[in-house]
Design a protein around this ligand. Structure first.
Ligand code: ADP
Length: 452
């Protein structure tokens, strides 16, 4: 069909000399220009050509039918080769996009604004509008100083100001957003163009995020380093303290022998020294376990009664709350036999109760609870009526070296968590019955284990 049309057109041109031959040149010119322009220009050229052909037919008695064939074939060829649709151009890599369009699409990805003499935006790229959080069309006419507070056209972009980075005088320029969400820190670079001052914005958010990450990493490393030093210190302390504690226990023992020999007179002193000896031995055990914990050594877990291990430490715990009239009570459900390293779990309890007492108001209560959760699991909890833990602090309080207390080391909860995890449990924090904090962890029930 197309071939027949082309042949018919050529015949029409050939049959109408000299007009037919004269027509060849504008048809060729139009075809070429169609190849280089889009469909709009092609359509406009076609309309003009058709008008020319009609005029030619009217004034020179050329058969209208032949000219219509020429016009239709020309139109088909022109639209087929026009730039937006031309497979030939595509084959030569010249398809559709001109250099200008490439430049335009590149520029739309770069955050730039063009200002007028009043410092208002006359053009802004899409990337720039995205930084300001407004549609591209809404940027035009806005004062750049309103979007980047502190920017003064006469001082920072007037023709007398040299091109280059625009000094902010403060930490950074900030691009404001209409929803007042956190402003975006930016660097500004000025270039003078014939159309006016061109300002390129560099979004500093990724750089700031990387800086923050580096700082966080540094502080974590610092903590690890301090923890390692603490570990070494605890190991040395354990070694050094064991000697005097052992010697003191031996002296106490010798003194007890003398007291026994003294008869009824020495009995009361004997009981007191017995208590002192037990506490001294406990101190030695704590230091030894601490060293085991820091070197992650774990002893076999023994069957223990929760009520018994709580009763053992209750006198010491009661002392911590005595001067502020804080009563420490227990609510332990039976059966309460669980598997544990007694000294370590007692250490965990002491840490939790000490924190609870420190957080509680005067004349209040702290409760140690023991609850049967299932055949396999037993929960130990410590509840207080202090301010509790804010939801956004729930993770951070467990981080070592995190403390809100003036003399706090921030180690209690992290050591407690390590103890609980070494027993296969999880240390959790929730809300107590009085709206304060409730720390709890689970241990494995011993009875069930024995049955398995
Ligand atoms: P430290 O007691 O040395 O500060 P911890 O690791 O034991 O270290 O506690 C870390 C932080 O957790 C405390 O500084 C405190 O802010 C918070 N915290 C711990 N227990 C409680 C509690 N029962 N109520 C309120 N805040 C607590």
């Amino acid at each position: 069909m197309a071939l027949a049309g082309v042949v018919a057109s050529l015949l029409a041109i050939y049959n109408n000399p000299p007009y037919g031959l004269h027509l060849l040149l504008p048809i060729l010119a139009m075809t070429l220009s169609s190849m280089l322009t889009g469909w709009r220009c092609t359509l406009a050229a076609q309309v003009l050509l058709w008008l020319g052909l009609i005029l030619l037919c009217a004034t020179h008695h050329i058969p209208l039918a032949e000219m219509i064939v020429v016009a239709i074939v020309t139109a088909v060829v022109a639209f087929a080769v026009q730039r937006d649709n031309n497979p030939l151009l595509g084959a030569f890599g010249l398809h559709q996009t001109t250099e200008n369009e490439v430049l335009r699409s590149l520029l739309s990805a770069v955050p730039v604004v063009l200002l007028d003499k009043q410092g208002r935006i006359s053009r802004a790229s899409k990337a720039c509008a995205d930084i300001f959080g407004i549609p591209q069309s809404a940027t035009v006419g806005q004062s750049f100083g309103d979007l980047v507070p502190g920017f003064d056209y006469s001082k920072q972009a007037a023709p007398s100001v040299p091109s280059g980075q625009v000094e902010s005088g403060r930490a950074n320029w900030h691009a404001m957003r209409p929803d007042q969400s956190s402003p975006i820190p930016v660097d500004l670079w000025l270039d003078h163009t014939p159309q006016g001052p061109l300002i390129r914005l560099v979004d500093l958010t990724p750089r700031h995020a990387a800086d923050a990450q580096a700082r966080e990493l540094h502080s974590q490393l610092n903590k690890v380093w301090r923890l390692n030093s603490l570990g070494e210190m605890a190991a040395t302390l354990a070694h050094e303290l064991n000697q005097p504690l052992g010697a003191a226990a031996a002296y106490l023992h010798a003194a007890q022998e003398d007291m026994k020999a003294a008869g009824p007179l020495g009995e009361s002193a004997l009981r007191t020294t017995d208590l002192a000896k037990a506490q001294m031995l406990r101190g030695g055990q704590i230091i030894r376990r601490m060293r085991e914990l820091l070197t992650m050594e774990m002893r076999a877990l023994e069957k223990e009664r929760v009520s018994r291990i709580v009763d053992d430490v209750l006198p010491i715990l009661t002392l911590t709350g005595q001067d502020r009239n804080i009563v420490i009570s227990t609510e332990i459900e039976m059966p309460d036999v669980v598997r544990m390293d007694r000294i370590q779990v007692q250490q965990a309890l002491v840490n939790l109760v000490r924190n609870a007492v420190e957080a509680s108001p005067n004349n209040s209560s702290v409760v140690i609870t023991g609850k049967v959760i299932s055949d396999r699991s037993y929960e130990i909890g410590v509840e207080d009526s202090g301010p509790g833990i804010a939801p956004d602090q729930v993770d951070s309080v467990f981080q070592p070296m995190t403390s809100t207390k003036s003399g706090g080391m921030g180690l209690g909860l992290s050591v407690t968590r390590t103890i609980v995890e070494s027993h296969g449990g999880t240390l959790r924090v929730g809300v107590s019955r009085w709206g304060g904090a409730r720390f709890s962890f689970n241990l494995t029930t011993a009875k069930q284990e024995a049955e398995e």
